[in-house]
Design a protein around this ligand. Structure first.
Ligand SMILES: [Fe+2]
Ligand SMILES: [Fe+2]
Length: 414
């Protein structure tokens, strides 16, 4: 006979409370855990102001705008020399590959988010219906379709907020970076991110007719890197971490969606994002290997690891939970459902498949860090192709086999 699994004491204590109270306590614990989970106290302290604004003050949930103070230095060049030929090549490629979202996407496409024949997110739901049923929540066909519509809108809304962050981060990096060739390239990225913001916004407004506020944890990461005055932290955060996450998310969605306009839109965006990550790894590899002291490099290693952990553990679509299930499921149950959902697991795997080789390439996966990545089950992703080696086809391909292998290793490590 199976022995009953002993649940943590805190969980058993919470079970005795009414659901709204349970959720309040869980939410506070989650917020405290965000900082407590951070292994490196220096990184934790650095993130505290953003965590305060994002999780306690919930600035991202306001109605108007949030003002973020940056304080980064602007590097005004006086030499105008050709100083980074690889970057200049990337700039030329970016200029040649500009596209216009107005004319190159077919906005006359009829999109019906309630049509089960053309699923926006493919056939594997992010919220598994069979697991919901085990918790006593039975959704009929109409409700399932509505939930899928809402979930797709939530995801695309987060992409859009990320694009707005990328727009400002790339503008800040363009000012701060010291190579003129990188400034030229940066200008093309600012244009790219503006266009990405435009097309996601237009798709949400005119096709899905639904939009969600920025996720609190995404807000914390964006706020943290936009307000950090060190350009290489902005670069690392936006070009490697957030763009890595975006590439993973975009390619997962690109492979799964059967809606042609969304597929086409994502294909264009992925091509640009691949260049952005490439830019990030070129600039950071140069900077980290030649200009940082050992102590400064270690600080970047720790920061990148903590942000990777936040990205792995913290995207639980609480906005959907609050809208749909707050009175039916506890927040802890929801977190568990999403963490183990097959679509979400695959999405995470593809994200780390992109991210870890890039960290390795730029020199932030030292022997000291390998043990941490190993414990987190993420070392399996090392040795893969980094952004400077990936072709557009690699990025558009569905890497199911690699994802499955890495997931098995991740589980074994856990
Ligand atoms: Fe973008
Ligand atoms: Fe980007």
């Amino acid at each position: 006979m199976d022995r009953p699994v002993k649940r943590p004491r805190l969980d058993r204590m919470l079970d005795g409370l009414p659901l709204p109270m349970q959720n309040k306590v869980t939410k506070v614990l989650e917020n405290v855990a965000l900082v407590a989970e951070i292994r490196d106290p220096k990184v934790g302290m650095g993130m505290l102001p953003s965590a305060y604004r994002g999780l306690w003050q919930r600035k991202g949930k306001g109605d108007d705008a949030v003002l973020m103070r940056s304080g980064h230095p602007v590097h005004f060049d006086l030499n105008y020399g050709s100083d980074f030929p690889e970057m200049y090549d990337l700039y030329r490629r970016a200029v040649a590959n500009q596209w216009d979202g107005e004319w190159q996407l077919d906005w006359s496409t009829q999109v019906d988010p309630m049509n089960p024949e053309i699923p926006l997110l493919g056939d594997t739901p992010f919220v598994p219906f069979d697991v919901l049923e085990k918790h006593g929540i039975k959704l009929d066909a109409q409700q399932r379709q509505t939930l899928s519509h809402h979930f797709a809108s939530w995801m695309l809304s987060q992409f859009m907020h990320g694009e707005q962050g990328a727009l400002y981060a790339s503008a800040q990096c363009t000012e701060s970076v010291k190579w003129v060739d990188a400034k030229l390239y940066g200008a093309t990225q600012v244009m790219d991110e503006g266009r990405h913001l435009e097309v996601f916004l237009r798709y949400l407004e005119t096709k899905l007719e639904r939009m969600y506020k920025v996720n609190d944890n995404l807000f914390v990461i964006i706020d943290d890197l936009l307000t950090d005055s060190r350009w290489d932290i902005k670069f690392l955060g936006m070009q490697i971490m957030v763009e890595g996450l975006a590439l993973g998310a975009f390619s997962t969605m690109y492979n799964q969606t059967r809606e042609p306009l969304l597929k086409n839109l994502l294909r264009y965006v992925i091509q640009d994002e691949a260049r952005h990550v490439h830019y990030g790894v070129l600039a950071l590899r140069e900077h980290i290997s030649k200009e940082l002291s050992d102590a400064e490099r270690r600080e970047r290693e720790d920061w990148a690891f903590e942000v990777a952990m936040l990205m792995r553990n913290r995207f639980f679509a609480h906005e959907i939970y609050e809208e749909w299930f707050e009175h039916k499921l506890s927040r802890r149950q929801w977190n568990e459902i999403i963490a183990n959902s097959p679509a979400m697991t695959k999405f995470r795997s593809i994200m780390f498949q992109r991210l870890v080789p890039n960290l390795e390439y730029i020199g932030l996966l030292s022997d000291r860090m390998r043990s941490y990545y190993d414990k987190a089950g993420l070392l399996a992703y090392a040795g893969g192709k980094n952004a400077s080696q990936l072709s557009e086809q690699d990025l558009l391909r569905d890497n199911d086999a690699m994802a499955a292998k890495a997931l098995a290793q991740e589980k074994a490590a856990a």
